[in-house]
Design a protein around this ligand. Structure first.
Ligand code: ADP
Length: 426
């Protein structure tokens, strides 16, 4: 099932801000209309005041947006404030500071936006300039004080609203980031679940095949063993039979042993192994796995950093088998100049073993099929494609996991995480 999410984007926020901007333009125009009604008939004065309003409207909308995009919000806001203050001073001088011009003062302050450090200074400049000119023009002191206080509170309310909105916005953005993260994790888990599902159906098939082969193989094995034993007891064997005793039957038994080993691996992949959990020393098994894999690692440089893991509850032979597979694969991946780096340590209740190599690495295609039974890129005779499939089954049955990182020609890192006491053992 495909996942789809819709998060608010910067364009959404832009859309949200459009309405307040529309309201501010509407408010300015209503005030302009009142100025026209008030000064109806005084055409020269009205033309001058309306020209100023038109220039200010342009600066407050289009020029402000353009400057904010080009030079940033701070510069755009400063330009807007300077022009609004100048416009009010000129308009006020034209109209001799009547009430309607004063109304523009808190109205302008209401639209101070942003919470940068200069915002208050811009406001002080705005009020100071308009009040100074008004005083110089001989305005009524009480009116001037009343509108200045009104402007101040309009500004403070806007500032507080902006702060609250910014807080909410930050929370929304943080939540959005958390959601994105959760979504990414869900997708990874979904992909893992699909892989697990595929592997578990392969496991069921493997268990069926292993069971079917195992039964006939057990009596084939025992019959051939008995036949060889009985023939060895016969004193004077004809030459043709002696060849069977010396070569044919031992070779047959060797073949049978290989088939049995494959069947065992398949059963382990299918987690059908019934060996019970015991307590053992993990570090001893690690050393033993290193000894077993020594032959496949002798051509390259092996570096070890083995810290104590200590007591572990599980199936020791299987754990050794997993480690041996990882070591051998690393050995196969590197040439004579390559390195295999093995480290182990205990992390809380987990044993962590890392097998890193500087070898051929893997393509993403190989990485996807790594744990499938019979998947191999090795030439016939060198790989059966059962090592990691069996390792996967064993590790999962111990409540652990294997993490793989690799890139073509850049080596590979297999990290084994195993609980020192698997949940199923308690
Ligand atoms: P086999 O070793 O018999 O091929 P495995 O199941 O152990 O089977 O490994 C499957 C495949 O995974 C290998 O054929 C190889 O392509 C790839 N592989 C495993 N380990 C490594 C490694 N360390 N570097 C590169 N490829 C690896």
């Amino acid at each position: 099932m495909p996942f789809s999410t819709q998060f608010p984007t910067d364009e959404d926020l832009e859309t949200l801000l459009r309405r307040p901007r529309l309201v501010s333009v509407l408010g300015a125009n209503v005030l302009n209309l009142l100025v026209i009604i008030w000064y109806w008939g005084q055409w020269r004065l009205l033309t001058g005041a309306l020209l100023i309003c038109a220039v200010l409207s342009l600066i407050n909308s289009k020029v402000f947006e353009w400057m904010a995009r080009r030079f940033g919000g701070g510069v755009a806001e400063t330009v807007r404030v300077v022009f609004n203050a100048a416009g009010l001073v000129v308009g006020g001088t034209l109209l001799q500071w009547p009430v309607l011009v004063w109304v523009f003062l808190p109205y302008n302050v209401l639209w101070f936006t942003g919470l940068d450090a200069w915002n208050r200074w811009r406001m002080v400049f705005f009020l100071g300039l308009v009040d100074g000119v008004a005083l110089w023009q001989g305005s009524d002191l009480q009116m001037l004080a009343a509108f200045s206080v009104l402007s101040l509170f309009a500004y403070l309310i806007t500032e507080k609203h902006s702060a609250v909105m910014m807080g909410v916005l930050k929370q929304v953005l943080a939540q959005r980031e958390r959601l994105r993260q959760a979504h990414r994790e869900l997708q990874v888990m979904h992909e893992r679940a699909l892989d697990q599902e595929k592997l578990s159906s392969l496991g069921m098939m493997a268990a069926g095949v292993a069971h079917e082969i195992n039964n006939p193989m057990s009596y084939v094995t025992s019959n051939v063993n008995w036949l060889l034993r009985d023939l060895r007891k016969v004193p004077q064997l004809p030459c043709s039979l002696q060849e069977y005793v010396d070569d044919v039957l031992p070779a047959t038994l060797d073949g049978i042993r290989r088939v049995n080993a494959i069947v065992m691996d398949l059963r382990r992949f299918a987690r059908g192994d019934s060996e019970s959990f015991t307590e053992f020393n993990f570090d001893a098994e690690l050393q033993s796995a290193l000894r077993i894999a020594q032959g496949e690692l002798s051509h390259c440089q092996v570096e070890t950093d083995l810290q104590e893991i200590g007591t572990f509850v599980g199936r020791p032979q299987q754990i050794t088998q997993v480690l041996v597979h990882l070591f051998i694969n690393a050995g196969h991946a590197v040439t004579d100049t390559g390195r295999v780096i093995i480290s182990s340590r205990r992390e809380g209740d987990m044993a962590r073993v890392e097998v890193r190599d500087t070898g051929v690495g893997m393509s993403s295609e190989t990485m996807k099929r790594l744990f499938e039974p019979f998947f191999t890129t090795k030439p016939p005779g060198k790989g059966m494609g059962l090592g990691l499939a069996a390792a996967h089954g064993i590790v999962t049955s111990h409540g652990g996991r294997i993490e793989v990182e690799s890139e073509l020609q850049k080596g590979a890192r297999f990290t084994l995480f195993l609980p020192c006491r698997p949940p199923s053992a308690s």
